[in-house]
Design a protein around this ligand. Structure first.
Ligand code: ADP
Length: 490
């Protein structure tokens, strides 16, 4: 007997446009595969420019509908919360869909991705009734009633990557819905299934038709059409820096509002006084969880020479013990990479690192010849100029550099020597060092004595080429609004 998730995966998938499930105009489809076997498990519509146009028009109609009921701020709070409840009610099924599609361990999908998606919706649901303007005391002559109004920015295009498909979809959708926008969501072509299942849940909880539209398809066609569409007021994109640059350029044609959360090469700086046992666990989890396919993963360890040997040994011990296997096996701690193409890219980085003189302390190899499994890998003796250090690998590969300095400016200079600036991690018990480095590090999110995992109240986003704009918190909701300034002579 197939599980509910398997039945959904094997069903016929369509586009969700204007509250209806529709076929794509061009009739093309994209195969979806299980990364643990490389086998095709489903196919989805390869949406094109016409489908995007229909979806944008449906989204605009939803915004313009003067008779639309059920979209007051309180209605939106209730609907967003109801979607969280629906996700909870289908958590096992959604977790299985996510694991079949991305390959990630079922225990992660069940304990992180799906509850995280529900939590994001609940966090943002409350903002729908709390986003407003201000009244201002103005000093120019006359009597004035001066105030600001925050209005929904309009139709938003949201383009998401494949590493956390449901969480990625929801953390973009929830603030936009709270702000009153309507959405055209373009999931990643590798991992579209959980978003489509969520579309059914959106339908079942009663969102007004056209408020959320889901168009599956390739980035170069569906994604590009969304970025170019003149009816889209804002693009929110998460993905690679290379793709992000093209999106920022294309969006500038129609002066769209843009939020881009891009790649990272986040430093983890460990001082001799740190709790090394705790640090080793957090560092290993940070880079190996989700097989390193996490934008904010701490992927470059800077460790003081005094503790380098025991720390690296402890991380390698954890890596050695990790169970690599198919995500559907409940014992699995590390799943496959998402695709053959990505496997090749990650193994290519490791091979180049070896040729450049890095030492493979552990891992470095593909496991088996079926599916896209890569061993958890630690590279020591890495230095700037090597591609493994300068570029984002997005795989279970930790680069290690040793430092001797005590001067915080010198340490921060090394850690900041990257085009990225998404996250940074500092391990020390010395508050002077902790605060000193927090000031000096160029990164959107900094953790002291802790690994990854966040809270939706805390804004995230990049410095430098890791992007611009912030998601989460009040700022994340305001990013989906226009500010109107009104002065009325009284
Ligand atoms: P990756 O290279 O790992 O697949 P990308 O950053 O290219 O990551 O993809 C992230 C998302 O961006 C996906 O949904 C993808 O379809 C989309 N995308 C890719 N290229 C474009 C593009 N030119 N315009 C709009 N979206 C794109």
């Amino acid at each position: 007997m197939p599980t509910t998730a398997e039945t959904f995966v094997a069903s016929t998938h369509r586009l969700f446009i204007g509250g209806r499930w529709e076929d794509g105009r061009a009739g093309e489809r994209i195969d979806v595969e299980d990364p643990s076997t490389g086998e095709r498990i489903a196919s989805v519509v390869a949406g094109g420019a016409e489908d995007i146009d229909r979806a944008v028009n449906a989204a605009q109609r939803a915004l313009d509908d003067p008779h639309r009921t059920g979209w007051s701020p309180a209605d939106r709070t209730r609907l967003i919360w109801a979607l969280a409840d629906a996700i909870d009610a289908h958590a096992d099924e959604l977790a299985e869909i996510e694991t079949l599609d991305v390959g990630k361990p079922l225990r992660n999908s069940r304990n992180i991705d799906i509850p995280g998606a529900a939590a994001a919706l609940r966090y943002f649901s409350g903002w729908a009734t709390k986003i407003g303007g201000e009244t201002m005391p103005v000093s120019i002559p006359g009597d004035w009633h001066a105030y600001t109004v925050r209005e929904a920015v309009g139709v938003v295009g949201q383009i998401i990557p494949w590493n956390y498909p449901l969480m990625g979809a929801v953390t973009k959708m929830a603030p936009a819905l709270a702000a009153g926008c309507s959405i055209v969501l373009k999931p990643a072509e590798q991992t579209p299934l959980s978003a489509l299942r969520m579309g059914q849940l959106i339908e079942s909880v009663g969102f007004p038709s056209g408020t959320v539209n889901i168009v599956t398809g390739h980035g170069r066609s569906a994604g590009a059409a969304l970025v170019q569409h003149p009816g889209v007021a804002k693009i929110s994109f998460t993905g690679s820096t290379a793709t992000g640059k093209g999106i920022v350029r294309a969006a500038s044609e129609t002066i769209k509002r843009v939020t881009v959360e891009l790649g990272g090469k986040s430093p983890v700086i460990v001082f001799p006084d740190a709790d090394l046992e705790k640090a080793a666990v957090a560092i290993a989890q940070g880079i190996f969880l989700n097989s390193g396919q996490t934008c904010s993963a701490g992927s470059h360890l800077f460790v003081h020479r005094a503790v380098a040997e025991p720390l690296v040994a402890a991380i390698c011990d954890i890596a050695r013990e990790m169970r690599l296997g198919p995500g559907m096996d409940i014992q699995t701690q590390l799943g496959p990479l998402v695709s053959a193409q990505h496997l090749e890219k990650v193994l290519g980085f490791v091979e180049q690192g070896r040729r450049d003189g890095a030492t493979i302390a552990i891992g470095g190899l593909r496991r088996g010849d079926r599916g896209y499994f890569v061993e958890p890998t630690v590279l020591t003796g890495t230095r700037p100029g090597m591609s493994v250090v300068d570029e984002e690998i997005f795989g279970p590969v930790l680069c290690v550099s040793i430092f001797d300095e005590t001067d915080l400016d010198a340490i921060a200079e090394k850690a900041n020597a990257t085009v990225y600036g998404l996250a940074a991690y500092v391990w020390t018990r010395d508050v002077r060092i902790a605060h000193g480095l927090v000031r000096r590090l160029k990164a959107g999110s900094i953790r002291v004595n802790a690994g990854g995992g966040g809270d939706f109240a805390m804004p995230v986003g990049g410095y430098k080429q890791s992007g611009f704009g912030r998601e989460n918190g009040r700022l994340g909701v305001e990013a989906y609004t226009e500010l109107k300034s009104v002065m009325m002579a009284v």
